[in-house]
Design a protein around this ligand. Sequence first.
Ligand code: G3H
Ligand code: 13P
Ligand code: ZN
Length: 311
Amino acid sequence: MYVSTKEILNKASKEFYAVPAFNINNLEFLMKIIEGAVEKNAPVIIETSEGAIKYAGNGDIYRGARLFVKMVREFAETVNIPIALHLDHGKHMEFIAAAIRAGYSSVMIDASHEPFKENLKITKEVVKWAHASGISVEAELGQLAGIEDNVSAEKNVLIDPEEAKIFVEETGVDFLAPAIGTSHGAFKFKGEAKLDFERLKRVKELTGIPLVLHGASSVPEKYVKLAEEFEANLGGAKGVPAEEIKKCVKLGINKVNTDTDLRIAFVAGLRKHLKENPKEFDPRKYFKEGMNFVKEVVMDRLEFLGAAGKA
Ligand code: G3H
Ligand code: 13P
Ligand code: ZN
């Protein structure tokens, strides 16, 4: 079933589990995410960045957004689990408009790089606009270290819980992504992972809405090692351990954004296959191992986040 993101996340918030939101750019990842979620009888959120929409539409963002909606709906309407499609890190109004018009289930307005007041003003505007079309909205407060789809933050600026309360009340936003110490990509921490659990707890107490963890990939050693065995250079890669994410779920995280783990698992399988089968040139064959690793990551996340069996 193609459902609203709000329906999926409100249930998760009430029952204290989290639903993974997986980023896709193509058909192959989508196929395996759906397959894994069906096998786990779990709800799942598919998300696409602005870059993914541009890529799929070969530059035409309306076309890209329509293509994703058509693909996701086709899968969703033929299986018996809740599936939603979300715009990840919407920073430009034309992408938000394209997603709303194409029929996405929800959009993210990411004005987290703006000062608080400006973020609030922009988010409020998008909420008004999206809600008029029955579409729910995610926003972000604080900044993640590293690169967020073209916008870089020099250092972590963590969320202020008191500001979060005002922000949620004044904007009417449906879900909030609090910056609590994670970052995007495969190189999140130099030493041990450090997340601000107290801050997260306070944000949930003061807002009461479903919360979103960005930069939540675990960067599993198994796939990093395998990729490196086949000549990848991923030295220093480090993610958020599953146990830390589980703590976040207990404190109120209900949507766990995952992109990097799928990319690393896929590239490990692709490298292995190409090296071991130098005569292979059929993409349906050389994508296969990578796709199967993508499915493994999906099923593992659905399980440890508590979404398995919640369809
Ligand atoms: O948070 C960003 C996502 O990982 C998407 O990244 O802009 O490379 O598609 P992208
Ligand atoms: P990762 O890079 O940790 O997978 O985070 C993805 C993300 O936050 C997408 O919005
Ligand atoms: Zn993100």
